[in-house]
Ligand binder design. Structure first.
Ligand code: NAI
Ligand code: 13P
Length: 314
């Protein structure tokens, strides 16, 4: 039996994040259908009558998922939510930009925040952001997920919200290196603090609001991911600091470390647009095997002296 508040939600992507989001919505008594490309049921069947379709696939699944949906009929009232934290290697676009391009008449909502999926699955308290140009669509998604253990905020900067969650993955790799090399609390504080203006420089260049990066999806997710061994991106950095090869680290990684692809795309953007991204640049060289973790630290420390808020308008 359905009531007015009960929504029909289809989640595409049954990885750890899609599954955690499904748990949250089910706890709120919504009708949830979780689908992955390996499901036996057809995508057409699981989106029938959906009020909301949420995509929690990794970045490489975004375009294939959109193509499958474009081949089906999707009424304009269906709200599309993207929870992916990545950048498209083909176009450098964010997932919400790709979704909006493919479905120009639909409301697109970004869901992003400090949300390590294992903690969410355990029912530990957490907060997140839903952001959209269409506030009422964001509020509908807010109501679907909000509970006593999951506090959901709304904002009107989907791009900034999305880029906070995406760019911090590169910084989480750096944080894993920092902890793995036992560089100490001062170094970690310095790294995380300097990470934020770097993210803001890129984000504002791409059209995001600087203030969004001080919220849950920017600073909040930066703190969560850079401080938790649960983060796959952190694990990548930590593994590299222990002399493991990237290939070996990925063999044992549970799920996707989006920061690897994001670093590559980000460096392409930064080089073309001449954006100063020193931390990301060293992570890029480290991931490529061009330098050791120790050399990355040395390169960061030996740069020309600069003023603290150079080039930043906050
Ligand atoms: N795990 C977490 O704590 C959080 C993850 N995220 C983001 O959510 C996204 C998914 O992350 P996880 O669930 O952790 O990763 P995962 O690796 O567990 O799951 C990835 C999902 O994407 C699907 N997928 C991959 N390639 C595909 C393709 N070519 N076509 C169709 N589907 C494809 C997989 O089937 C799987 O369902 C990532 O962008 C991640 O950054 C966001 C917040 C928290
Ligand atoms: O985005 C996340 C937490 O908010 C998950 O981080 P990882 O993808 O590094 O595990």
């Amino acid at each position: 039996m359905t009531n007015n508040k009960q929504k029909k939600l289809t989640i595409i992507g049954a990885g750890v994040w899609g599954s955690a989001l499904a748990t949250l919505a089910k706890r709120n008594q919504h009708l949830v259908r979780l689908w992955s490309r390996h499901s036996t049921e057809s995508l057409e069947a699981v989106i029938t009558d959906a009020d909301i379709i949420l995509s929690a696939v990794s970045i490489k699944g975004v375009r294939p998922t959109i193509e499958k949906l474009q081949a089906l009929t999707l009424p304009e009232k269906v709200i599309l939510v993207t929870a992916t934290k990545g950048l498209d290697p083909l176009t450098t676009l964010t997932p919400s930009q790709i979704w909006q391009e493919a479905f120009p008449s639909h409301s697109i909502v970004v869901l992003s925040g400090p949300n390590l999926s294992k903690e969410i699955q355990q029912g530990l308290p957490a907060a997140t952001v839903v952001a959209s140009n269409n506030r009422s669509a964001a509020e509908i998604v807010q109501a679907v997920f909000a509970s006593e253990n999951f506090r959901v905020y709304v904002n009107s900067d989907p791009l900034g919200t999305e880029l906070g969650g995406t760019l911090k993955n590169v910084m989480a790799i750096a944080a894993g290196v920092c902890d793995g090399l036992q560089l100490g609390t001062n170094a970690k504080a310095g790294l995380m603090t300097r990470a934020l203006p770097e993210m803001i420089r890129v984000g504002t260049y791409l059209g995001a609001k600087a203030s969004t990066f001080f919220g849950l999806s920017g600073l909040g997710d930066l703190m969560a991911t850079c401080n938790s061994p649960l983060s796959r991106n952190y694990q990548v950095g930590y593994g590299l600091s222990q002399g493991k090869s990237l290939e070996k680290i990925l063999e044992n990684l549970e799920g996707t470390a989006e920061g690897i692809n994001t670093t590559e795309v980000l460096i392409r953007i930064a080089q073309t647009k001449e954006i100063y991204v020193p931390i990301s640049h060293q992570i890029y060289r480290l991931l490529k095997g061009e330098i050791t973790p120790q050399e990355a630290v040395k390169a960061l420390m030996e740069r020309e002296p600069r003023s603290e808020f150079h080039g930043l308008e906050i």
